[in-house]
Design a protein around this ligand. Structure first.
Ligand SMILES: Cc1cc2nc3c(=O)[nH]c(=O)nc-3n(C[C@H](O)[C@H](O)[C@H](O)COP(=O)(O)OP(=O)(O)OC[C@H]3O[C@@H](n4cnc5c(N)ncnc54)[C@H](O)[C@@H]3O)c2cc1C
Length: 491
């Protein structure tokens, strides 16, 4: 067997781990990446992601200088709106209801731009993305921080980072599951214990260990224990490997737990999907166009304000609201007037769709009480003001009157056949509870002291996201803290 000792051992092979491994290797360390999955399944949740990354830029011009593929020449039919550090920070503060750790959040925000440039140097490329509900002013799309994704999505990101790591001599072993940390608990780490897929236990020595093995989203038991009743039944959008091993290992070693342990990012997800992500279909099961229609439960009752904000701002938390509905199931209902505005996902390969010529028939085809659905929709239609103008590309204020829950924007009447219904459930993206790190990404002990040689990055780092996370924030946090962890672990 090859010598598996290293200066730096990185646990996991997703975005955070790969950024950590590359940056440690660039500082001269001998680096070994240990991944639980077989090689063809590498990449964790990062592989399944859409590749959106949220980072700052002060103008279209300096963005184009750093990332030439995003350069604009003034002739394009969209406007680039600067995404400043203060805007990024304020958005996270507001979305997390001011619970986000300000020190960690500032680090994420202030290092986002330079980290993206660093990733670009490793071969990662980016493109603008346009949704069907992008903000539009005077006929021009307004694109900003949340509208940039890695070319090739999550799969492209992992491919480029693995290539970059291999090209500089990072070593990889697959089908090897880290199970415990070695060293003096709470004080100093000296390596890890791992189990190979053939059952053999091995001990690996290192000067530092970077834990980047994701959250606990793939453990049904931990979901029920920490997120609450019913969460064991949620579908997992990504990998089945993120069972919280790294968090367990760190906590058993005296690390401090941190962040929103009962919180997670979760979306409306096609109810017919497998229990965890399908590598061939990526993001196709998302159903994020509910702001243009209604969402009802099995009793044909509405339970939230579908038009509270753009889908890009509510999609990460409305999935969680479905868990507590009967059967953890909900139905998105649209009429033919908004069909052209729905995301392309609604007409893709992986859609379980029901079409009917009346609302009552739609309810029956969906398996709920058609008369009750007709009554909910009649009641909703009766609260609308036909003089308000519908604009899918702005918060149009076209709203219900005296309806509970209200629909605050895009409240079109649902009257034009055919009617469309989509059955959705909760699709868990990733969990927010984890361990506490300092500004060097070093894990803090329960006594608030850095544990020598032990670092964390990615989903398993707690304290930044509460209730939800902005699109592109998860990958960006993984890259920023992964790179910081790698630099410090190597020195
Ligand atoms: C469908 C989907 C779409 C998403 N889209 C976006 C998006 O567009 N933008 C965005 O910012 N975020 C997105 N996210 C969230 C984002 O993907 C994650 O927050 C991010 O990828 C987490 O990166 P990570 O490196 O921490 O974890 P991961 O990428 O999950 O990597 C963790 C790795 O650790 C391995 N591992 C686990 N346990 C062990 C062990 N004991 N020993 C060894 N290895 C282990 C796993 O197999 C895995 O490879 C999306 C997530 C999903 C599921």
């Amino acid at each position: 067997m090859p010598n598996l000792d290293a200066d730096v051992i990185v646990v996991g092979c997703g975005n955070a781990a790969l950024c950590a491994a590359i940056s440690a290797r660039e500082k001269g360390a001998d680096v070994l990446v240990i991944e639980r999955s077989p090689m063809p399944q590498k990449g964790g949740n990062s592989y399944f992601s859409g590749g959106w990354m949220r980072f700052t830029f002060d103008s279209a011009r300096d963005l184009g200088e750093d990332l030439p593929e995003l350069a604009t020449d003034g002739k394009q039919d969209f406007d680039v709106i600067p995404y400043t550090a203060s805007k990024y920070f304020d958005e996270i503060a507001e979305l997390t209801e001011f619970r986000a750790d300000p020190t960690l959040t500032l680090l994420l925000v202030n290092k986002s731009r330079e980290t993206i440039k660093w990733m670009h140097d490793k071969g990662v490329r980016f493109n603008w993305t346009f949704g069907r509900q992008n903000l539009m002013v005077k006929g021009r799309y307004q694109v900003s921080g949340g509208n940039i994704a890695v070319s090739g999505g999550g799969a492209g990101l992992i491919e480029k980072l693995v290539n970059a790591a291999e090209s500089i001599g990072v070593r990889f072993i697959y089908e090897t599951r880290a199970v415990a940390l070695l060293g003096e608990a709470g004080h100093k780490v000296t390596g890890i214990c791992a189990v190979k897929s053939n059952g053999e236990s091995i001990e690996l020595n290192s000067k530092s260990v970077i834990l980047a093995s994701g959250g606990f989203g793939a453990s049904a038991e931990k979901r029920a224990r920490f997120l609450g009743p019913g969460w064991d039944l949620a579908k997992v959008r990504g990998t089945s490997s993120n069972t919280g091993d790294g968090i367990d290992m760190a906590l058993q070693f005296g690390a401090q737990s941190y962040g929103h342990w009962s919180g997670a990012h979760a979306v409306c997800w096609d109810a017919t999907t497998p229990k965890s992500g399908d590598r061939n279909s990526g993001n196709e099961f998302s159903r994020n166009s509910y702001p243009l229609g209604l969402l009802v439960n099995r009793n044909a009752e509405r339970f939230l304000d579908e038009g509270l904000d753009f889908g890009s701002n509510t999609y990460g938390k409305f999935g969680s609201n479905i868990i507590s509905q009967p059967g953890s199931i909900a139905y998105q209902v649209f009429d033919s007037q908004v069909l052209d505005f729905l995301d392309t996902n609604y007409s893709g390969r992986m859609v379980s769709k029901v079409i009917a010529n009346s609302v009552q028939e739609l309810g029956e085809k969906l398996g709920i009480d058609g008369i009750a659905l007709q009554s909910t929709i009649n009641n909703y239609n009766s609260t609308l003001d036909s003089k308000q103008i519908f604009d899918p590309n702005a918060l149009d204020g076209k709203s219900t009157r005296n309806l509970n829950p209200p629909k605050s924007n895009w409240a079109n009447p649902i009257t034009e056949a055919p009617f469309y219904g989509f059955t959705v459930t909760t699709g868990l993206t990733f969990t927010f509870g984890g361990v506490r790190v300092d500004e060097a990404a070093k894990i803090l002990s329960v006594d608030d002291k850095p544990i020598e040689g032990l670092y964390a990055a990615g989903e398993m780092l707690g304290g930044i996201f509460y209730y939800t996370s902005p699109s592109g924030g998860g990958l960006m946090a993984g890259s920023v803290f992964g790179r910081i962890a790698g630099e410090n672990a190597a020195s």
